[in-house]
Design a protein around this ligand. Structure first.
Ligand code: HXC
Length: 529
């Protein structure tokens, strides 16, 4: 009897050991992805593997995988013999600076990271969990696109992802990091997310690649020129943040995450300490040139107002006539939108309006107060702008500010002319506090243009038209090229000395901390897209 019992225990033990071994084997296969050789190929191209990327992105040892043993069910074109647990995407959750995030990282070593039905289902699963649990989702994209052998089910898989991206928009932050090819429909999931990060030389995005371009338009173009990080940072504006390699890119994602709340119901994290060099308060005045026609870098003014080294410029290389980015005042996240006089005199055009509008909407969706610096000569005239729809695109910025309910403060440093004055977070479109420096010029247009129009006849009939023009220009400037007409009518709240700006901004945002404004009941607005 004792012998039988002992034998049974032995059999169970062996069976359990076999079962554990089976799991070990399966895990090992899943962890290996496409195998050592393919990982080495990835390394030789300067790219990390999908799992290495997650190690850099997330806090140490925080990653928990979901669906590591998922396999595809396809059989066509020999796929039944090409099954690797995980099916080309590593998905799960972990933490960044101790805060929960959901992640997926496509594994190019497995069938080129191509998106199968099950690969898509894994991504959808973490997206659903992110939405339910109110935490950001970060996608690391490195994929040859739809898994060609699977046909329509992989297309449907993409659509499942797009649908979730749209549903999650404005509810949780969504970040996309492009770390390899991203072609065809694959570009649309990143496009639906809030921010795109790209890596120089190893990542590219396009709807159709160079070969198709050559066939259809007869243009010869490299992948890099068509859709590399630089192209999308400077020309199309698709790329918000460029880095020189995988590690830098993932570190910048970690950094930007520290400015964001977990979801639309929460506030951004608030570090306990911050640094501010008070000498900057006095230095601010010297940034502004005495002559109002001379350009200056608005980022220097921004820097004097915010906490030390806290500015993270977004879309740095695109539409440089407007500057946008995250920053902190007394440790709290704010969004900065500023006209840039050193690029096209800070004029508003199609690209700068689009750039500004999208950022304002992100900040508003995620409870990030807005600080606006204004020095704008107006909208850019010309047939190019008019024919490409500056009316619609300019209206985007107007709409974005008008619907924003977060605390909003504007500081006019110099020019605030024409329709651009209204658009740049004026009081009439809901800004909470508007300050102007003594150097502000708030008027319908510049003095010369105004004099030429309203004194046209008088100037023409004068014996010395040039002298008359200068005289009338001076008259108009004297009356309007200052902040006082606006202050008299309460169109701005206060004229302040430049060195008071930081204090006014800090106190203003404190005063607005409990601001609670709701939009009229509606299904959704109809932003001029
Ligand atoms: C299946 C794929 C694949 C794909 C790559 N592979 N893309 N397998 N479906 N879409 C496989 C390759 O066959 C190869 O397998 C391995 O991944 C590595 O690919 P290589 O070509 O050797 O790598 P590389 O030279 O670096 O070129 C990468 C690439 C190229 C530029 C991405 O693979 C490529 O052009 N792929 C196809 C891109 C594409 O047209 N995708 C469909 C887009 S349409 P082996 O076993 O040989 O190593 C689309 C529609 C979505 O996505 C629409 C949604 C609305």
């Amino acid at each position: 009897m004792a012998y039988i019992e002992f034998s049974l225990i032995f059999v169970y033990l062996i069976r359990d050991m076999d079962k554990n071994q089976e799991l070990h084997d399966k895990r090992k296969k899943s962890l290996e992805g496409g195998g050592k050789e393919r990982i080495e190929r990835q390394h030789s191209q300067g790219k990390l593997s999908a799992r290495e990327r997650l190690t850099v992105l997330l806090d140490e040892a925080s990653f928990q995988e979901i669906g590591g043993l998922v396999e595809h069910r396809a059989t066509a074109f020999g796929l039944d013999k090409q099954k690797i647990p995980g099916d080309g995407v590593v998905a799960g959750y972990g933490t960044i600076h101790g805060r929960l995030v959901y992640v997926f990282s496509q594994d190019f070593t497995v069938l080129g990271g191509s998106l199968s039905e099950t690969h898509a289902a894994k991504i959808c699963r973490v997206m659903d969990m992110a939405l339910k649990n109110g935490a950001p989702i970060i996608g690391l994209n490195d994929s040859g696109g739809a898994r060609i052998q699977e046909g329509v089910v992989s297309l449907a898989g993409y659509a499942d992802i797009f649908y979730r991206n749209t549903r999650a928009s404005g509810v949780i932050p969504q970040l996309s990091v492009i770390m390899g090819p991203c072609a065809g429909g694959a570009v649309y999931s990143p496009a639906l997310t809030d921010f795109i990060f790209m890596v120089e030389d190893t990542s590219y995005m396009f709807v159709t690649g160079p070969n198709v371009v050559k066939t259809v338009t007869h243009e010869e173009v490299t992948s890099e020129d068509l859709g590399g990080a630089k192209t999308h940072a400077e020309k199309s504006g698709v790329n918000h943040f460029t880095s020189s390699n995988d590690v830098e890119s993932l570190k910048s994602v970690r950094d930007i995450m520290s400015f964001m709340p977990q979801n639309a119901q929460e506030q951004a994290p608030h570090p306990e300490s911050y640094l501010y060099d008070s000498k900057k308060e006095q230095a601010i005045e010297a940034v502004l040139p005495e002559n109002s026609t001379i350009p200056y870098d608005i980022r220097k003014i921004v820097d004097c107002v915010i906490d030390d080294d806290s500015f993270r410029e977004v879309h740095k290389d695109f539409a440089q006539n407007i500057v946008i980015g995250f920053a902190r005042v007394e440790g709290k996240t704010i969004g900065v939108v500023a006209n840039q006089p050193s690029s096209m005199a800070g004029v508003l055009d199609i690209d700068s309006s689009r750039k500004g509008a999208r950022f304002v909407r992100f900040c508003d969706a995620f409870n990030i107060p807005l600080l606006v610096f204004e020095d704008v000569p107006g909208f850019l005239p010309g047939t190019d702008q008019e024919w490409r729809g500056i009316i619609t695109h300019g209206a985007k910025l107007l709409y974005a500010f008008s619907e924003a309910t977060v605390p909003r403060i504007t500081v006019i440093t110099r020019k605030a002319y024409g329709g651009a004055f209204d658009v740049m977070n004026s009081k009439s479109i809901g800004s909470d506090l508007n300050f102007a420096w003594p150097t502000a010029e708030i008027a319908v247009m510049g003095a010369k243009g105004a004099a030429e129009i309203i004194f046209k006849k008088e100037i023409a009939n004068s014996p010395d038209p040039q002298k008359k023009l200068l005289e009338k220009e001076a008259e108009y400037a004297e009356l309007f090229a200052n902040p006082y007409r606006a202050a008299e009518r309460g169109i701005i709240d206060e004229v302040i000395f430049p060195n008071e700006t930081r204090t006014k901004v800090i106190l203003g945002f404190k005063m607005l901390e409990n601001k609670n404004e709701t939009l009229p009941q509606k299904k959704h607005g109809n932003i001029p897209l």
